[in-house]
Design a protein around this ligand. Sequence first.
Ligand SMILES: [Zn+2]
Length: 448
Amino acid sequence: MKIVFAGAAREVTGSCYYLETSKARFLVDCGLFQGSRIAEQKNEADFPFVPSKLDFVLLTHAHLDHCGRLPLLYKRGFRGKVYTTEPTVDLVQLILEDAAELITEEADRHNEEPLYSMPDALGIFKLFQPLPYHKPHSILGVEFEFYDAGHILGSAEICLTVDGQTLAFSGDLGNPPVPLLRPTEFITKADYVVVESTYGNRRHEDYHLRKSRLVSAIKKSIAKKGVLLIPAFALERTQEILHEINEVIEAGGLERFPMFLDSPLAIKATAVFRQYPNYYNQDAAAELTKDIDLFTFPGLKMTLTTEQSKAINKTKPPKVIMAGSGMMNGGRILHHLRQYISFPNTSVLIVGFQVEGSIGRQLLDKARTIKIFGEEHQVKAETEAIGAYSSHADQPKLMEWLTQYRVAPKKVFITHGEQSASLNLAEMVSKDLHYPVEVPQLFEEYEL
Ligand SMILES: [Zn+2]
């Protein structure tokens, strides 16, 4: 069997693994490269395989860097099935519709051919085939099974067996304990392991502090009559934050304040979350018996339309605005940044990974000016990051996940991390666990 690393090799985005056996050709994930113009060129490049000759795709979860090139795959001739979990099928439709819209708008603005458009996204939706966790499925000599990765709703690790060899794909691993999801499951046996390393060289701060830091950021903004901007990651983080604020308000820890969820994608994703309580952990399921909606509270307004979004300006500070995108490389957050970034009583609260090249990364790196819609803006706002909101395992958790293999794998491939993070994790895996490791380059191919 052959594996080709067609994305997320020595970088975080673009997850895509091509596998070829004597009977089948398939992919694990087909994500978008994100963050810069170079990423756009990589998205447009030819795949190192022929899309129309692929038999099927296995999809780990609904994040754009894992599913974002699926419509392109359809556009270039793929007509096989895409297997994934049930919540992922619903979430991926929201994510890809949104992506198709943004990509088309962007291409129109530059008078360019879009990478793909809505008909390609609608085309790929018809090919989705949901499967539950822990139910082995067999196709063309490939037996595979999904495990709960605990990263976002419906996220999966994939364990597959071909010709007597077992491969484990971590997908993105979660950062348990989290308020809604079940903990990340361990796979205990595999000949080959492909593992992510987003935070391969980092340790997150203590989980228990995150809610109190969120609450103090809100209180601080209220006290200084400022605007608190929370760039929203539409899947999981948004719902977790809403859920935590809901808890604090119910417990009397916060007075009512004006808050806006200004992201159509996050609003629709929250509706999908409400549909799948059977995927929640025990605590969240138990809470549902007392509170029918874990994601709304007095003072929260969900602004779906552009008019509603524009009207947010009319509400005098203090106010909290949670808007997409999470890395501030697009979406309504840009309008709010333009409006408020040059005021010293504005705060930006970062709650997730910021890819190189994004405005979020520039703010984290203390940029004095940022460019929004081609215009320079002075940064007077303060930026704070709460690492514990990450939905990714940190280095100790990645190591814990890798330690569960009862017999040492023949090889561990480390992907989905900036080069320094991947190399750092590789060194640790080699030194502490004595597994043979590789950090593949883009398009590198291995015979297994
Ligand atoms: Zn992810």
